[in-house]
Every structure is written in C-alpha cells, then in structure tokens.
Design a binder for this molecule. Sequence first.
Ligand SMILES: [Zn+2]
Length: 183
Amino acid sequence: MHPLICFQAMTCSIPLNGWAAGLRTFRWHAGIEFFQQFDNAEILDADVDVDARVEKSGHYIGVDLEVRGSVTVACDRCLEDLTLPVEVRPSFSVKSGASVSSGGEGKEGEREILLLDEADADLDLGQVIYDYVCLSLPMQRVHPDGACNPDTVRFLSLGPGNEEAVENSPFAALKGLFDDNNN
Ligand SMILES: [Zn+2]
C-alpha cells in the first residue's frame, strides 16, 4: 500500500480506474499552498493532514475522510494570529453521472453523495476537503479571554463614544471653559 502524497500540485485526486475491488488508503498534507489555490485570504497558515479510505466494490465507491490539523486565521478581536484546530470526518458515496436517476447531490444514509463526471477517471477531493475545513471553523474567531494582544485591543477599541478617548480629547478642556463662562 503506497500512500499518494500531493505536496506540489496539491490536487488530492484518487485514480479510480486501474485497481480492482478492495480498500485503498491515501494521505495528503494540506499546507498554506493548498488554501491559496482557492484564493482564500482568511487562512494565513495551515498544517492539515488528510487520510482517505477508499472502498471499491462493484459499482460502489465509498470514501471516508479524516481531516485533522490546524489553520491560522486573524483574531476578530486583536487581529493577531489565532491557530484553530481542525478535525472533520466526512463520508461519501461516489456516483457517476449516469447512475444517478434524479435529484443529483444529496444524502444516502450517513453519507453525502459525490457526483463524478464519467469521463473523469480521477476523483479530485480538493474542493471537498477545502469546503469541509472552512465549514468547520467557528463563526467567531477570537483568542480565549485574556490571550489577546492588549495593545492592539486597546488601540482598536478607541473611537467615538469611548469614555477614555473623550477624556483625553482636546474638547474635554473646552467643555470646562464654556461651563465657566455660563457662571
Ligand atoms: Zn485576539
């Protein structure tokens, strides 16, 4: 069993023809280059391992993925690097276009259905892996309380309506001046 590693092209494809029924495993590493090819500017760094377990039996092809590692994004609160863990295990049934009667994509039991163009001899899982990693990230991406860069947080929090900013503004002195004139 020889894992296929796609460090350079970062196309995580599985050749479906040329092997008989049985189980094969593949392993890829998705670094930042992988995410850059999808023009994702949010992900600043990545270290993700992908294990694929592919079972072929007659016309049936099942794919079980295990995607684990971490990605680095900017913290919503302090904008410093924030490393988030990634762990998703999606499973798929692969169907060729001709064998799907109607409906197209959907679910079959616990498995998502992946449609495969029949002319396509390889199953490219790059987009699927990318989508699952992105969907696994939380909506709000912030460091745990107290772990943000205090300087950046303070700077970003200064603005109109901020008590501290008003105290330090030149208009604070003017306010006192007008009060005196009224007396
Ligand atoms: Zn932060």
